[in-house]
Design a protein around this ligand. Structure first.
Ligand code: C2O
Length: 346
């Protein structure tokens, strides 16, 4: 018998799951995805689609802001039956992160956090989200912004997220600008001065990206494999912090699990989620640059796959091995100066 490589969700198993504080949630699509015609993911044609450049959120111009707001308000106005709608987009995170699906070939619940699936899954989610947004305004150069909380100029909530359709009410108001983000937030205020907070943040970045992330497993997280005992539950450095910590820092202090950003089921309802994850995605690239293009060659990682709707409402089956080259996916990142943390060796 041929060995099956990688993990994947079983679409026919979509079921209720629960929030961290214990109430039941249901984020399955209104009709079964297993009834859809599934297509194999194809790379965009580079001759007809320009490279999308993701820019730092604190540097975007008025023109860009108008475009993003327009795209997002169209997306928010689509009905729930449309998989491109903002609620359905947000529910993707709920589906894959709260255990709504079971794993294929096993009854264990499927989850993409706390393992080596973390980076590639979120890359895919953003990739399709970005294509849909661009398509809704007829702009195939549209790119998501990234929230560069790793450098001093980016260490507050970007101004663009404080207005219009990018604003979100379920946030901790006491963390609004000009408050400096605590990249190691543990549900308790650090009490540091802005200067000390920035210094502490830079030291954390150095640890999570450089000194504490010298091996694949330390940075990417542990190998998640097929079967009942396959889930490994050991996240990489960046997933733990700043990823988890910034989620909590943003979410509202008056909700039980700091929803929306503080809980998996609700996190992607806040537009800031996408900029937060664009930065995580960018840091994955930066880590590769720092550590001699280190990457996982294990077929259990490369062959793991998930499902996402594209802008044409087609359900794509896409493998981890498909998303390792962002240029092939048709996007890239504007460069920012990372020296503040790269040189923050203690
Ligand atoms: Cu899937 Cu930022 O979490």
């Amino acid at each position: 018998e041929a060995r099956i490589f990688g993990v994947s969700p079983n679409l026919t198993t979509c079921h209720q799951s629960s929030s961290p504080s214990g109430f039941r949630i249901y984020c399955c699509p209104p009709r079964s995805e297993s009834d859809e015609a599934i297509i194999e993911f194809q790379f965009p044609d580079p001759s007809s689609s320009p490279l999308r450049i993701r820019r730092a959120a604190h540097l975007v111009d008025h023109n860009y802001l108008t475009k993003y707001n327009k795209a997002l308000s169209i997306m928010k106005s689509l009905p729930y039956t449309d998989p491109r709608s903002f609620t359905r987009q947000a529910n993707l995170h709920c589906l894959y992160c709260t255990g709504s699906y079971n794993q294929k070939y096993s009854n264990s619940e499927f989850s993409i956090h706390r393992s080596w699936l973390f980076f590639p899954w979120h890359r895919m989610m953003l990739y399709f989200h970005e294509r849909i947004l661009g398509n809704l305004i007829g702009d195939d150069t549209f790119a998501l912004p990234f929230w560069s909380w790793d450098i001093p100029e980016g260490m507050v909530i970007p101004e663009m997220y404080m207005n219009a359709s990018l604003f979100h009410g379920e946030r901790d108001f006491s963390h609004f600008p000009p408050n400096v983000v605590d990249l190691d937030y543990r549900n308790k205020e650090s009490g540091l001065s802005p200067e000390d907070q920035i210094r502490t943040n830079l030291a954390l970045m150095y640890r999570q990206m450089v000194s504490g992330a010298k091996t694949m497993e330390l940075f990417m997280g542990c190998p998640y494999r097929l079967g009942e005992a396959g889930f490994c539950n050991s996240p990489g450095t960046i997933e733990l912090a700043p990823h988890n910590t910034v989620h909590d820092w943003i979410g509202s202090n008056s909700n039980p699990s700091r929803e929306d950003m503080g809980a998996f089921y609700s996190a992607a309802r806040d537009p800031l989620f996408y900029a937060h994850h664009a930065n995580i995605d960018r840091l994955w690239e930066v880590w590769g640059d720092i550590h001699n293009e280190m990457t996982i060659k294990d077929p259990d990682w490369l062959e793991s796959y998930f499902y996402f709707y594209d802008e044409k409402l087609q359900l794509n089956k896409i493998k981890v091995g498909d998303v390792l080259d962002t240029t092939k996916l048709g996007y890239g990142y504007e460069e920012v100066d990372i020296n503040p943390w790269l040189n923050a060796r203690p």
